[in-house]
Design a protein around this ligand. Structure first.
Ligand code: PGA
Ligand code: ZN
Length: 426
């Protein structure tokens, strides 16, 4: 039974305020979680409630924290922390808006995740085991950023994430070690050319490239320099985050000479890259307002490249169903703070699975030491995990947690590996 709920202001990886929630149960168990924050957010996301004004760039979370302490706490005290669905339903009801506009999705997700931690602690189980039971034994394929662009690097490149996956690795731990080799090889290549300029918001190298394609070419060279066979052992994934530079069927590539493409042109560009680079997954290839573009692209690449909906699906079960029925994507990105409760996020994953789509549990560009998402990926059996790059401790905390879980599973541990890149569906 919930005895106390505390909200407090803590700070995220961008040095901005964010909400931490702490739940105390009657028996003494405690659960704690911190809300993350996005920079390239979809319009359908739960609202990240900020105070506005001049202080702290308008990013303070005083109201969201007060909502935890004054509105959510009294409503949850005395309830059963183990009944996640009922708690989350209560949060939805208390808020009363589809976007968590009143309480703030940052307030509700912190509480929802903290409740899960408290319930797991009360059972003396790690969260992944509490959520997934005996069947939870698969470690996700990590999807790791090497170059960061878009909204995470002041628009230095149009494409937001240049990532790698290691389908040829035997384990989660081995995939991380391979990624480290590629990350350092990429850094050495940049340094040799005088292009090493620090890291972007998610820890990937700040991209000093002439255009988007140069980053792709450099990524292949880094994979080779690290001693891996591109495509077979280590492959490329992109998050185009096209909503950042496209709307109404027009896509303006500021870093490719400012050229403007229509939906067909954008699809041609991506198909051209798919033909020449070992790309196995593309997230938000088109803008969130271009469902027909998504469907046209997916028709052409199904079976050879995953099409992932992030801003397009915003972890929403209804949108996932619609996308599955129209064949608009083959994978859903799952970001708990896009919905504001774990139960609603989980519903999006269940909807995806029901249609043969695959899923990627994902962090945000604004993160913290909170490692809840790693437990969700294992506990929910999501085949991939996306956490940004391979530096900065808000990222490494998650990768390191995966290592601990893999070790705890011992010889029962499985690794999603290559199978994570397969999706069925319409
Ligand atoms: P965000 O970006 O967390 O800044 O929204 C991450 C992504 O687009 O996947
Ligand atoms: Zn994205």
């Amino acid at each position: 039974t919930i005895h106390k709920v505390i909200g407090r202001r803590v700070w995220d990886s961008r040095g901005r305020p964010t909400v931490e929630a702490e739940l105390h149960l009657e028996g003494g168990a405690i659960g704690r979680a911190i809300a993350p924050a996005g920079a390239s957010t979809g319009t359908g996301e739960a609202i990240d409630l900020r105070d506005g004004g001049d202080r702290l760039g308008g990013h303070d979370v005083g109201q969201a924290v007060r909502n935890v302490n004054a509105v959510i706490a009294p409503a949850l005290v005395g309830r059963d922390a183990a009944d996640q669905a009922a708690l989350d339903a209560r949060l939805v009801e208390l808020d009363g808006t589809p976007e968590k506009r009143r309480l703030g999705g940052n307030a509700t997700i912190a509480v929802s995740m903290a409740a899960a931690h408290a319930a797991a602690a009360a059972r003396g189980l790690p969260l992944w085991r509490h959520l997934g039971g005996e069947e939870a034994c698969t470690l996700p394929l990590p999807e790791i950023q090497i170059f960061g662009g878009g909204a995470h690097a002041a628009g230095r490149l149009d494409i937001q994430d240049f990532l790698i996956v290691c389908p040829g690795a035997e384990s989660f731990g081995e995939a991380l070690a391979w990624t480290a080799e590629v990350y350092f090889a990429a850094g050495r290549l940049l340094a040799e050319r005088g292009l090493l300029k620090g890291v972007a918001d998610e820890g990937g190298y700040w991209p000093e490239f002439a255009g988007n394609e140069e980053a792709l070419a450099m990524l292949v060279r880094a994979i080779e320099r690290a001693g891996f066979r591109p495509g077979e052992q280590v492959a490329i994934a992109l998050d185009v985050a096209a909503s950042q530079f496209g709307r109404n069927g027009r896509y303006r590539l500021a870093r490719d000479g400012g050229r403007e493409l229509d939906t067909g042109g954008m699809i041609e560009l991506l198909l051209d890259w798919l033909g020449r680079y070992p790309i196995v997954s593309i997230e938000d290839p088109l803008a969130e307002d271009d469902p027909q573009g998504f469907a046209a692209f997916t028709r052409q690449v199904r079976g050879r490249c995953l099409v992932v909906g992030d801003d397009f699906l915003v972890s929403d079960a209804g949108r996932v169903r619609a996308a599955a029925q129209s064949g608009a994507c083959t994978a859903v990105l799952l970001k708990p703070n896009q919905r504001g409760t774990l139960t609603e996020t989980r519903a999006a994953w269940d909807a995806a699975r029901a249609y043969g789509m695959t899923g990627i549990v994902s962090a945000r560009s604004g993160e913290s030491e909170d490692v809840t998402i790693v437990h969700l990926a294992v506990g929910w059996g999501a085949p991939q995990l996306k956490v940004g790059s391979f530096s900065r401790s808000e990222r490494m905390a998650k990768w390191n947690e995966g290592i601990r879980i893999e070790e705890a599973l011992g010889n029962r541990a499985r690794f999603a590996g290559r199978e994570a890149l397969v999706a069925g569906g319409a």
